[in-house]
Design a protein around this ligand. Structure first.
Ligand code: PLP
Length: 479
């Protein structure tokens, strides 16, 4: 493809995507395809001769589009949102157009420094303590990871390294390998699967502690777990607090967990993948009370801040904890500037290579502005509250627990079996998409306002689809 073909093709692609978004309400959320559908449609081998871009877009429409789950549909209410906006797409396009890799400052000064600046901007918008910011006097700073999963694992590995260094200061003869097998990580049973997986990947036993009636990991539970393990010669090393759990969006009290971790020199990481975005609105910051005790904090800008995947914003109070853990030297990398203030980000992450992800964060922050992002978050929460009101007005539906952020959990008063059937029927019909979780042992359906395009009318449409399905189920029960 030469430049003039690129110009033509890029214009056609932009038109295609705009049409997709403008007409997204005309599509079902879920596709009507069977497993293996696409593999059957494409040849077994890559084409021997080049094909032109028109063929590519034609195949895209005929082969790819029918198999799409439409995450940006206003009737997509599953999981949590995945961010997307035209501003972010522009940032991505610029990044791809430059085609660089920014593992050290030297490899791309702009890539490194724009990340420093945008992470300072975002950290300030969220109301994080100064210590987390690169612009503070201390060694704190932000880095963009690919996912919250990576951030949890990076923090676990850094915690492990920091703990072993501390123990070796006390006992230089210490056997590192044996000691590491005694390290224990803790989180709540409500944690995202990725938190448990970080324990698997990082070879650290991860205890999933019981949460209270409201899905919160309490200080007393954590303290007791530390004591039990210490009594057996184990060493508490890492705690993941969840601000906005995936199931019911509950918030662990950092002000209870923080002092316990501090007392035992245990690294405290916060997984605020979804709900952390709401801290750009000052009225929600009470939910991160105790943040000053935290060693690392992560929020997915690619979830609820309109930035396209992947852009997970992670801050640490001490960047040297990461540098010490991950610094592996080679002459060809020659990163003379490995300080916290002008970071060589290869030491802050797992891979060597890294994309220019801050461009899309920058585009969104600039083109929405802080006020635009706050309005967006507040509007999404008010739409969730509207849905809750509609469900509460029908006495067959129970809304429980209290809606949290953009999430509303509900069930049918007749029990788990019929609630499960309701979700199954809705999924089969493909018009709205939701997933389930459990709350206090009951099966509940999660309704999340996910798409930035969702309006009050859309919420009513989704509600009517749900209500009509419930009508049919109740009718069947009578017959
Ligand atoms: N943590 C929470 C609370 C989540 O809800 C999710 C995903 O939904 C994750 C972590 C994982 O995020 P990622 O896909 O960025 O790893």
């Amino acid at each position: 493809m030469d430049s003039s073909e690129f110009r033509e093709c890029a214009k056609a692609t932009v038109d295609l995507l705009i049409n997709y978004i403008d007409n997204i309400r005309d599509r079902n959320v879920l596709p009507s395809v069977e497993p293996g559908y696409l593999m059957k449609m494409l040849p077994e081998n890559a084409p021997e001769e080049p094909e032109d871009w028109k063929t590519l877009l034609k195949d895209f429409n005929e082969v790819v589009m029918p198999g799409m789950t439409n995450w940006q549909s206003p009737y997509f209410h599953a999981y949590f949102p995945t961010g997307s906006s035209y501003a972010s797409i522009i940032g991505n396009l610029l990044s791809d157009g430059l085609g660089i890799v920014g593992f050290t400052w030297m490899a791309s000064p702009a890539c490194t420094e724009l990340e420093v600046v945008t992470m300072n901007w975002l950290g300030k918008l969220l109301g994080l303590p100064e210590e987390f910011l690169n612009c503070s006097a201390g060694p704190g700073g932000g880095v963009i990871q690919g996912s919250a999963s990576e951030a949890t694992l990076v923090a676990l590995l850094a915690a492990k390294d920091k703990k072993i260094r501390k123990l070796k200061e006390l006992d230089p003869e210490l056997d590192e390998c044996i000691t590491k097998t005694k390290f224990v990580a803790y989180t709540s049973e409500q944690c995202n699967s990725s938190v448990e997986k970080a324990g698997v990947l990082g070879s650290m036993k991860m205890r999933l502690l019981k949460s209270d009636q409201n899905g919160r990991l309490r200080g007393e539970t954590l303290k007791q777990a530390f004591e039990e393990d210490e009594a057996q010669g184990l060493i508490p090393c890492y705690v993941v607090a969840n601000l906005g759990t995936t199931g019911i969006c509950s918030f662990d009290p950092l002000s209870e967990l923080g002092p316990i971790c501090q007392n035992k020199n245990v690294w405290l990481h916060v997984d605020a993948a979804y709900a952390g975005a709401a801290f750009i609105c000052p009225e929600y910051r009470y939910l991160m009370k105790g943040i000053e005790y935290v060693d690392s904090f992560d929020v997915n800008a690619h979830k609820w801040l309109l930035v396209n995947f992947d852009c997970s914003a992670m801050w640490v109070k001490d960047g040297y904890d990461l540098i010490n853990a991950f610094d592996v030297q080679r002459i060809y990398l020659d990163d003379v500037n490995a300080t916290v203030k002008i970071p060589d980000y290869r030491h802050w992450q797992m891979p060597l290579g890294r994309r220019f992800r801050s461009l899309k964060l920058w585009s969104v922050l600039k083109m929405y502005g802080a006020s635009g992002l706050r309005n967006f978050i507040r509007e999404q929460i008010s739409l969730a509250q509207y849905f809750a009101k509609l469900a509460q007005s029908d006495n067959r539906f129970i809304v429980e627990p209290e809606p949290s952020m953009g999430l509303v959990c509900f069930r049918l008063e007749k029990g788990d079996k019929i609630t499960k059937q309701l979700l199954k029927n809705l999924t089969d019909k493909k018009q709205v998409f939701m997933v389930a979780c459990t709350y206090r042992g009951r099966y509940v359906i999660r309704f999340v306002v996910c798409s930035q395009y969702t309006t009050k009318d859309d919420v009513e449409i989704s509600w009517n689809v749900i209500k009509n399905e419930a009508n049919q189920l109740y009718q069947k029960e009578i017959n």
